[in-house]
Design a protein around this ligand. Structure first.
Ligand SMILES: C[S@@+](CC[C@H](N)C(=O)[O-])C[C@H]1O[C@@H](n2cnc3c(N)ncnc32)[C@H](O)[C@@H]1O
Length: 194
């Protein structure tokens, strides 16, 4: 089976629906009140605009946006300041020594496997009284996903899907999807164009 290389993120495409995308981020921040927070991290920060926005809205002393996409980080640099920094790292393994007041992860947890271990590492990064704020999409029943699932379920595509799942399992080992049906979301995200 031929597999495509995972594409990097496109910040310009990402910004096309910036307002809609930002709404769930605002909803998450609403639940955190007004701050202040001394030290925070934004895991899977994307193009960084929302990291800077969080710094303002929550009166954060220092926030680091973490991402592993070179294009997203290149875009995020424009939002760096004395209080806002960006670093390349893998959120799946990221942790810190109990020194963060806020660990924020908006629309990023669903991109990594083994949520139980990942969340344990994120919680370990919190100082006593620190807050963990996580948002994941809940659009598994939206047409974007139901149509993909319908197509995937057609007999002609079934073999492809089985091969694809097996290849992913071979490559990634044990996979514990917490949120989406594993085959469907990864299928939608990585199916090569023909
Ligand atoms: C849907 S975007 C969310 C961006 C931003 N948090 C927001 O709410 O608009 C997901 C981001 O997670 C990043 N990401 C995915 N897997 C990652 C990983 N293992 N380590 C670091 N960043 C990751 C992607 O590069 C992307 O920028």
């Amino acid at each position: 089976m031929t597999r495509a290389t995972a594409p990097d993120w496109d910040p310009d495409q990402f910004r096309r629906f910036a307002a809609e995308r930002a709404q769930s981020f605002h909803d998450l921040l609403d639940r955190l009140g007004t701050g202040p927070f001394d030290r925070a991290v934004d895991l899977g920060c994307g193009p960084g605009d929302l990291t800077a926005l969080a710094a303002e809205r929550l009166s954060i002393g220092r926030i680091t946006g973490i991402d592993n996409s070179p294009t997203m980080l290149a875009s995020a640099v424009a939002h760096a300041s004395e209080r806002v920094a960006f670093e390349a790292s893998d959120i799946a393994t990221w942790t810190s020594e109990g020194d963060h007041d806020l660990v924020l992860a908006a629309a990023s947890l669903q991109w990594v496997p083994d949520h139980r271990s990942v969340l344990a590492r994120w919680v370990a990064a919190l100082a006593p009284g620190g807050r963990l704020a996580v948002q994941v999409p809940a659009n598994a029943h939206a047409p974007t996903h139901t149509v993909a699932a319908h197509v995937a379920d057609r007999e002609a595509n079934a073999a492809f899907l089985v091969d694809y799942e097996q290849a992913l399992i071979d490559e990634m080992g044990d996979h514990e999807p917490c949120f989406f049906p594993f085959s469907r979301i990864l299928f939608v995200a990585r199916r090569p164009s023909r």
